[in-house]
Design a protein around this ligand. Structure first.
Ligand SMILES: Cc1cc2nc3c(=O)[nH]c(=O)nc-3n(C[C@H](O)[C@H](O)[C@H](O)COP(=O)(O)OP(=O)(O)OC[C@H]3O[C@@H](n4cnc5c(N)ncnc54)[C@H](O)[C@@H]3O)c2cc1C
Length: 448
């Protein structure tokens, strides 16, 4: 392929997953897709096989079944952030960085809803097409749950916002919340029916398995540079490359590592722990439920039940890491917080230890918009998950494929209304400000 004026975007960092995610650990071993070890050509190359990357691959192949799509994943399917989250594919407005989930009835709330529902439509279509069971996806809705009078107030406010949006929800009083959770630590809850719950690692594996020729996925194939210009790009890994006309950056915060959206993406990590299997007679209530916190910066709790027994997942803590990497120490520090939150919520499970602990990366923008669109001629970004990638990044992946192929859809129209990500303050002000802001919000969330 001949290039007019060669440009080179080299990766300054590659992704690294820290801590063992329970979701992967609880699955049987799987045969990985092969690494790329030669030079190949394709029509489109996608960097990253998370929600955005796989959703883009599926949408490309729906729009043009002949299109040769190569997906290059640095790690292993299901082991990145998309496979190590809490598994909520949320339909409603749910801004983790806001004070109230951003569930207003203004244009933004309605736009979020439409975008999240497009992601949910993709998942639902795949459930029907591939016959996935409840071990992969469950259309069971979710709870917002409170522990304090302040939390109860958040629940009522959120219910009011949802009402204005015309969205159904049910408030559970204290007794009903105890009946659901089996513990009297919680004071109220709000049920909303539209969320899908996934076993995230199983979902990402099933998603990858659902993509077939001419979509090819290469695992353990980290992209180290993108070279070329008008006419085409060569996307290189250490032992091979893919030459293609279009490149999709679906690697979330690591778009920064190639120099894209510099100074526009905040690299925030969050953390989870999952208990060992416990005897279900030790905790009443329902055997499966999932709850996000009443206050957005609070603690997510999920009770899971399956082949690996009854377990509790606790997801809590947000921390800012501009290097897009965390240490085992960061995971263990968050684990101490998780243990405290778990003990407070589930006194009847005293002594049940955590078996798995892990953390994962998210990329937030200051104005909560995606890092989306053409960043160089022929290079497109589907990044900036804003903490809710199961719905946001999935929709962004769909939208980028539609945009590249010139398909005008309700989704591309919505994406056309987004502003570009606002510039963040320069360093070190950014680090100091982000750390102080997260610490303050977590302090304000208190035991929630
Ligand atoms: C503990 C935890 C709980 C969470 N809970 C939820 C939840 O319940 N619901 C929700 O919506 N969100 C949740 N999130 C956030 C969610 O996981 C992310 O928003 C989502 O994974 C972002 O999707 P993505 O496709 O944009 O990026 P990712 O999932 O990060 O995928 C990007 C992929 O790109 C790959 N990559 C990066 N650089 C390269 C390179 N150079 N070459 C090749 N590949 C590369 C990475 O390995 C990665 O697999 C949670 C996150 C964590 C950590």
């Amino acid at each position: 392929m001949a290039y007019a004026a060669k440009k080179v975007f080299s990766a300054t960092r590659l992704p690294k997953n820290t801590g063992m995610s329970a979701w992967v650990a609880m699955l049987p071993p799987r045969i990985e897709r092969s690494q790329l070890n030669r030079d190949v050509t394709a029509d489109v190359v996608i960097v990253g096989a998370g929600f955005a990357g796989l959703a883009a691959a599926r949408r490309f192949s729906q729009l043009d079944p002949e299109l040769r799509v190569a997906v290059l994943e640095a790690g292993v399917i299901g082991e990145g952030a998309a496979g190590r989250n809490s598994g909520f594919v949320i339909d409603l407005p749910h801004e983790v960085s806001s004070d109230d989930y951003g569930g207003d009835s203004s244009g933004d709330g309605a736009r979020d809803l439409a975008i999240h529902r497009r992601a949910i439509q993709l998942v639902t279509e795949m459930v029907d097409e591939f016959g996935w069971g409840s071990d992969i996806v469950e259309p069971c809705g979710k709870y917002n749950i409170a522990l304090t009078p302040e939390g109860d107030k958040h629940i009522l406010d959120y219910a009011g916002q949802l009402k204005k949006l015309g969205e159904p929800c049910t408030i559970l009083d204290r007794n009903h919340t105890i009946a659901l959770t089996g513990t009297d630590a919680f004071t109220s809850a709000l049920f909303t029916p539209g969320t899908l719950m996934i076993q995230p690692a199983a979902f990402m594996r099933a998603f990858a398995d659902a993509l077939s020729e001419p979509v090819t996925i290469y695992e353990r194939s980290p992209v180290i540079s993108i070279e070329g210009g008008v006419g085409g790009w060569q996307v290189k890994i250490s032992r091979g490359s893919v030459s293609a006309r279009h490149v999709i950056m679906a690697n979330n915060g690591h778009a920064n590592s190639f120099g894209f959206f510099r100074g526009q993406l905040m690299h925030v990590f969050t953390f989870a722990s999952m208990t060992e299997e416990f005897d279900p007679s030790r905790l009443g209530g329902e055997r499966k439920w999932a709850a996000t916190p009443a206050s957005p910066m609070g603690t997510t709790v999920r009770r899971v039940q399956g082949e690996r027994g009854d377990r509790i997942l606790i997801r809590s803590r947000y921390s800012y890491h501009p290097t897009i990497a965390i240490s085992e120490r960061d995971v263990s520090r968050a684990g101490t917080v998780h243990d405290r939150k778990f003990a407070y919520r589930f006194p009847s499970l005293k002594g049940v230890p955590m078996e798995y602990r892990w953390g994962g990366a998210m990329a937030l923008t200051r104005n909560s918009v995606p890092a989306f669109g053409e960043v160089e001629p022929g290079i497109f970004a589907a990044c900036g998950c804003n903490g809710l990638g199961a719905s946001n990044a999935t929709a962004t992946g769909i939208a980028v494929a539609e945009m590249v192929l010139g398909a005008e859809t309700p989704l591309t129209k919505l994406y056309a209304t987004y502003d570009t990500p606002k510039a963040l303050p320069p360093q070190p002000v950014m680090t100091i400000g982000a750390k102080a802001n997260l610490a303050f919000k977590e302090w304000r969330a208190g035991i929630e």
